[in-house]
Ligand binder design. Structure first.
Ligand SMILES: [Fe+2]
Length: 303
């Protein structure tokens, strides 16, 4: 006799018992973990992994391919290239983890993916400074405020910003130790901030490794919607990791390869004519530029 359940199609009672006994044995092996949270995570992980194998009736060749895939992801990963974050991102796992950990609070700004290109020790710039550091692209004036969900200004909030250049590369992808397209600044006493960046352009996530080959195999685009990364921190408030996206970017409709777009994060980047006066009097030598506004609302820190 065979039975069909949601995750074990067409297996005999005898076979089903074998499979379920193994799961219970593995789950029980974590029973004495001294850390209760670790025990919970490992037991749940076990159940879900086994459910996956049983649902798709994973073949041994597929298991081997999976091991080879993860091994390749490890080999290509170093302190500048993080294939596992890419993998998490393209599976939507990063966005799901963010959703679980950043519950909506009032009008707090929504979070999105961290991505693999944040680097510690970015240079500090003053208010009105330029994060470009020589990176190529259209200059873009960004201004906004940082407030909490009760509307109070957050003086001195730390704002980390990073982005790709107009060729779609982050500084760390050039492999020459340059630092460009990233910096941090602090909001003023009224929570206001201004800085120069580059108008974001679409770029593909690195797709010359195992994650790229997987996307190719399933005919998915590696391209991300144009965005500028932010991480905003202030004492007593929940750290915000997010992006702003460019209104009208066709890639938003096509689909962002890591599922990061949220409607509230799409901002208007107003194009400015060549030679138009800049907010701070900066001379752009007749170059065109853009400007955008991003008002940030930080949620209270978790109790
Ligand atoms: Fe990015």
């Amino acid at each position: 006799m065979t039975t069909t359940t949601q995750d074990t199609p067409l297996v005999s009672e005898q076979q089903r018992a074998v499979e379920e006994e193994l799961i219970e044995t593995v789950v029980a092996s974590f029973e004495h973990a001294p850390d209760a949270r670790l025990k919970t995570v490992m037991q749940s992980l076990t159940r879900h992994l086994h459910a996956f194998v049983r649902e798709v009736r994973l073949t041994e060749a597929e298991w081997s391919a999976g091991i080879e895939f993860l091994t390749a992801a490890g080999h290509i990963t170093d302190d500048k290239r993080q294939e596992f974050i890419l993998l998490s991102d393209v599976l939507g796992l990063s966005m799901q983890t963010i959703a679980v950990n950043n519950e909506a609070v009032g009008d707090a700004t929504e979070a999105t993916v961290f991505g693999p290109f944040f680097v510690e020790d970015a240079p500090e710039i003053p208010l009105g400074g330029d994060i470009a550091g020589g990176a190529k692209g259209q200059p873009c004036w960004i201004e906004g405020t940082v407030r909490d969900t009760s509307g109070r200004a957050v003086p001195g909030a730390r704002i980390e910003v990073w982005e790709a250049d107009e060729d779609g590369f982050y500084d760390v992808q050039y492999g020459d130790e340059r630092v460009a397209g990233r910096a941090y600044l602090n909001a003023d006493e009224q929570g206001n901030f201004t800085f120069w960046a580059l108008t974001p352009t679409p770029y593909p996530i690195p797709h010359d490794g195992p994650v790229g080959r997987m996307l190719q195999a399933v005919r998915r685009s590696p391209v991300r919607a144009s965005h500028l990364h932010f991480m905003v921190t202030a004492p007593g408030l929940r750290t915000l990791v997010t992006h702003i996206f460019v209104e009208g970017d066709p890639q938003i409709e096509i689909g962002d390869s890591v599922f990061g777009v949220k409607q509230s994060l799409i901002k208007r980047f107003e194009p400015q004519a060549p030679g138009a006066p800049t907010p701070d009097g900066r001379d752009l030598a007749g170059q065109d530029w853009a400007r955008a506004r991003f008002d940030i609302v930080l949620a209270p820190a978790a109790a």
